[in-house]
Design a binder for this molecule. Structure first.
Ligand SMILES: NC(=O)c1ccc[n+]([C@@H]2O[C@H](COP(=O)([O-])OP(=O)(O)OC[C@H]3O[C@@H](n4cnc5c(N)ncnc54)[C@H](OP(=O)(O)O)[C@@H]3O)[C@@H](O)[C@H]2O)c1
Length: 252
């Protein structure tokens, strides 16, 4: 257990108000981390922070649109002022406004996808890394997707953005490793969240997706927590640049 302890660590979970981010936040709290939860809506992060605090953990919610640099900078100013350090970033907030073929993708959907999934991930990681390099310690965990490794039909723009997150992981692992800042990536498969509700709840689409996974089913958000705790903790002290699939074997 001690190898996986997060006692004394301060972790920022972006997109922590529901789904995979909420599950990781609660898992980190159980392992002793102090949590900063961000997402666009203050009431969403407050709900999760209140539940964690009521269960004896330590969490605060701070609203922040991940694709708006002024809001990202305001978030990091508060982190520096109120916590004075940052040990873990879970870069998790993403969007997929368009489900359809590449030929039908609009400029608006393309820009929105890349604003949150790429620009957001990049500047969250850059701002976190600035603190971590000074500390000479830190762990950045990018939540990408199995779509970033192997594309599914109708998900082309999203898949491109997630491939960029996989490459961002490798770039940061190379650039920051010497400062003892590790960057790794989790690639979930289809997971039962609001984000994937159409895929999970539409039987014809769901059947096509789960057929691609050797395990023949979708995941629950809690099934992403073990990999995230490993990457945040000292158990992964020599793991840097890893791309960990939690997809039931879909990317094999
Ligand atoms: N579910 C799947 O099947 C699946 C599969 C592979 C990968 N993933 C990845 O897993 C991650 C989490 O997805 P999820 O399924 O847990 O989705 P979710 O349940 O819809 O949660 C998304 C979270 O991101 C926040 N968010 C959305 N846009 C944001 C923005 N512009 N700025 C800041 N926060 C924002 C949301 O809160 P607000 O609405 O308050 O902003 C929420 O907290 C994403 O990176 C997604 O690509 C999901």
């Amino acid at each position: 257990m001690s190898m996986f302890s997060l006692q004394g660590k301060v972790a920022l979970i972006n997109g922590g108000s529901r789904g995979i981010g909420e599950a990781i936040a609660k898992g980190f709290a159980e392992h002793g981390a102090t949590l900063i939860l961000s997402s666009r809506k203050q009431d969403g992060v407050d709900r999760v922070a209140n539940e964690i605090n009521a269960a004896g953990g330590k969490a605060v919610g701070i609203a922040c649109h991940a694709g708006k640099l002024d809001q990202v900078d305001a978030l990091f100013r508060r982190i520096k002022a109120e916590f004075g350090r940052l040990d873990v970033l879970v870069n998790n907030a993403a969007t997929n406004p368009y489900f359809g073929p590449i030929l039908g993708a609009s400029e608006e959907a393309f820009d929105k996808t890349f604003e949150v999934n790429c620009k957001g991930y990049f500047f969250m990681a850059q701002r976190a890394a600035a603190i971590m390099v000074q500390q000479q310690a830190g762990s950045i965990i990018n939540i990408a997707s199995v779509e970033g490794l192997t594309p599914s039909p109708m998900m082309g723009v999203y898949s491109m953005s997630k491939a960029a997150v996989v490459m961002l992981t490798k770039v940061l692992a190379r650039e920051l490793g010497a400062a003892n800042v590790r960057t790794n990536c989790i690639c979930p498969g289809l997971t039962d969240t609001k984000f994937a509700a159409v895929l999970v709840k539409t039987p014809e689409i769901h059947e096509k997706y789960v057929q691609q996974s050797p395990m023949g089913r979708h995941a629950q958000p809690a099934e992403m927590v073990g990999a995230a705790v490993y990457l945040a903790s000292d158990a992964s002290s020599y793991t840097n640049g890893a791309i960990i699939t939690c997809d039931g074997g879909m990317a094999v």
